[in-house]
Design a protein around this ligand. Structure first.
Ligand code: 5HM
Length: 311
């Protein structure tokens, strides 16, 4: 089953329609759902990776999760800062278990240099990151849902494909597509390539019964409106990314923030985005307005405006 779309919302809308029309009921350990087996999504504009309507809250948690992956960490604390109850999604290990046995970060980190080299080779078919490994069959609490990520440098563009054994279409997919297309863009920039198409292949493509009403409401709401993110600055993104990772850590643990004077506005805007949730929790409307005014891009305005209203 193939689904094509220009934006994330195109894909989400078509996916939910298809699941509601043709999904089969299943009852796995993690609650009832409807499922289709073997679905392939094609996202023509991988920068159109977040929805302004459906998953605007997800923008913040998806960015947090992406940075957690890219930091190489497997600890629960940093990700629970962005996604409360993350441990529960990972099978609720006892409190003394501080790290996730299925975390993607360390697995990505150990394969990044190989991938960066591979994508510089013309038309390679070997640029594969393995997330899932045989040892995961013995995991006690959690098993990665992503099996491999593959990258294809072709005619000046970098296409990417994720293969997932299992994907929760209403919640998980928004996070996964956000993270994997960010990785695609980072790698494309590191090899001076344009961003190509993103392909998302899923074994068990499912919608939990608990999300059914929300999915139906989303479909009734009409024209979806994914906003494409700005293009990452050209050149090696390493400096900008490591600054952003430093900022993320500083904001999360309350340390001094790194100097931003040489940092491209693209990265500075992402760091501003990370500050939004803290300011909203503190009901700091003045601070939130300052973040909105300080943004170089207009892409996140609706999202910040929403947080100002809630504060
Ligand atoms: O029983 P299973 O391990 O497949 O349950 C994990 C649940 O989290 C599934 O609904 C799966 O689709 C979802 N999930 C996801 O959508 C989990 C991960 C974590 O690897 C993910 N996306 N990245």
């Amino acid at each position: 089953m193939d689904i094509e779309g220009e934006t994330f919302d195109d894909l989400l809308r078509k996916s939910l329609q298809l699941l509601l029309e043709r999904g089969h009921p299943i009852e796995p350990t993690k609650k009832k759902a409807i499922e289709l087996i073997g679905v392939c999504l094609r996202l023509e504009n991988p920068r159109a990776r977040f929805s302004r309507t459906e998953n605007r809250g997800v923008l913040y948690s998806a960015l947090g999760e992406t940075l957690w992956y890219l930091s190489g960490s497997d600890e629960f604390d940093p990700i629970e800062y962005y996604i409360q109850g993350y441990r529960k999604h990972c099978g609720s290990p006892p409190a003394d278990v501080k790290s996730s046995e299925a975390a993607y970060g360390p697995r990505l980190a150990s394969q990044m240099e190989f991938i960066k080299e591979q994508i510089r080779k013309r038309d390679t078919r070997k640029a594969v990151i393995s997330i899932y490994r045989q040892a995961d069959q013995q995991n006690q609490y959690d098993v990665p849902c992503t099996c491999i990520l593959q990258f294809f440098p072709r005619s000046g563009a970098l296409h990417a494909m994720a293969q997932m054994r299992s994907n929760d279409v209403y919640m998980g997919m928004a996070h996964d597509i956000f993270a994997f297309t960010m990785l695609q863009e980072l790698l494309a920039r590191s090899a001076s390539l344009e961003v190509g198409t993103y392909i998302h292949q899923v074994g068990s493509f499912h919608l939990y019964d608990k999300d059914r009403t929300k999915a139906e409401k989303y479909l009734k709401r009409g024209v979806p409106d994914t906003v494409p993110m700005d293009a990452m600055p050209e050149g090696d993104p390493e400096g900008g990314l490591s600054w952003l990772l430093g900022m993320e850590r500083a904001l999360r643990v309350g340390k001094a923030m790194p100097d931003a004077s040489d940092i491209d506005p693209y990265w500075q805007d992402l760091a501003r985005l990370l500050q939004v949730r803290q300011l909203r929790k503190a009901k700091d409307r003045v601070g939130l307005r300052a973040i909105r005014e300080g943004m170089h891009t207009k892409v996140y305005h609706t999202f910040i405006q929403d947080e100002i209203s809630k504060a």
